[in-house]
Design a protein around this ligand. Structure first.
Ligand code: HEC
Length: 216
């Protein structure tokens, strides 16, 4: 389980001010043997206006440095576009859910971040967009439906618990390619722990599992 500390969240060191920290470099081990070997890149976290939130957000999003596949072929460019979409969606969902959680959660009867996520993900799916779901990594979910549901989710949740923050792979279904991706969801602050009792800030609670068609 990743360790937390004053300037160390999920294993990453932050300089003096957490909210000014650039995204740390993280070697992300892709689990898809079909992809070309990747070179490590990292990009800066956009500095958010709400300083109090941003430190937590950067912790949550820490390590979401995504490897770049060399633009060798249009097939790998299509995969890269899908990865970029995951990155954008992940920033959007996590920024929104942390804001909702911080501003509207009073106690364990409040509207839960997890319920918010499920409703938004269902709406997006029904509108014909990507599929996303919140997946449990603790083995003891508040909603049993959030257990890992297939082989990709099961193995990527194990990797999240082992310290990784992002994983993806390309899946073929009926001749179409899909990007499967999993991003880390830690307990970002004390408000999460109101309902997810027994955990501490920084513990891995789960992940968001994405399935996006790869537009060739
Ligand atoms: C008000 C109570 C409450 C708060 C606060 C809360 N959650 Fe949850 N969480 C829930 C409930 C209830 C579910 C099950 C939701 C569902 O699937 O409908 C859930 C589900 C989850 C899951 C999926 C695994 C599971 O246990 O079912 C994760 C991961 C998760 N929450 C993370 C977080 C994070 C991170 C925060 C803080 C940003 C947070 N939660 C804040 C109540 C809460």
């Amino acid at each position: 389980m990743p360790q937390t500390g004053d300037n160390k969240i999920l294993g990453y060191e932050y300089p003096n001010m957490a909210w000014l920290a650039a995204r740390p470099a993280a070697r992300l081990n892709h689990i898809n043997p079909m992809e070309e070997p990747n070179t490590m890149t990292h990009r800066n976290l956009t500095i958010l206006g709400a300083a109090a939130l941003a430190g937590l957000l950067s912790a949550w999003m820490a390590g979401q440095a995504f490897d770049k596949v060399p633009a060798a072929s249009s097939a790998s460019q299509a995969v890269e576009r899908a990865r970029r979409e995951v990155r954008m969606l992940d920033d959007l969902y996590k920024t929104a859910v942390v804001l909702v959680n911080d501003h509207y959660v009073q106690d364990e009867n409040s509207f839960a971040a997890g319920e918010w996520a499920r409703l938004v993900f269902t709406a997006m799916k029904e509108k014909g967009w990507h599929h996303a779901r919140l997946v449990d990594a603790t083995g003891n979910p508040l909603n049993a439906e959030n257990k890992p549901a297939d082989a990709f989710e099961a193995k990527s949740v194990k990797s999240l618990l082992a310290g990784q923050t992002y994983l993806d792979e390309v899946e073929n279904r009926d001749g179409k390619r899909f990007l499967r991706a999993m991003t880390l969801v830690p307990a970002v602050n004390q408000k999460c722990i109101i309902c997810h009792a027994g955990y501490k800030v920084g513990d891995v609670l789960g992940g968001i599992s994405y399935t996006l068609p790869i537009e060739e």
